[in-house]
Design a protein around this ligand. Structure first.
Ligand SMILES: [Zn+2]
Length: 84
């Protein structure tokens, strides 16, 4: 059984107080209970796949965390958090 425990954050006021608000074009929509904005989060599996690419580069030892950070545009701390 897959458990979806991602907490969506409102893109406008960044509260976590959002609720599911139906599905549009196969994408889950959310609605913020604070400011009422409706939004569809970007597909999380794409960014996960991207992280994995960076992770592989790192594991293969071809690049240091610092150069990965430079190339990917993510901070070194962020990369370290993903890889740990
Ligand atoms: Zn909001």
């Amino acid at each position: 059984m897959q458990k979806l425990r991602r907490h969506q954050r409102c893109p406008k006021c960044s509260t976590l107080n959002v609720i599911r608000w139906g599905v549009q074009n196969g994408h889950q929509r959310f609605r913020c209970k604070e400011c009422g904005v409706m939004f569809t989060p970007r597909r999380p599996d794409i960014s996960t796949a991207n992280r994995f690419i960076w992770f592989r580069k790192w594991v293969l030892g071809k690049q240091s965390l610092a150069s990965l950070s430079e190339e990917s545009g993510y901070s070194e701390r962020q990369l370290r958090r993903w890889f740990s």
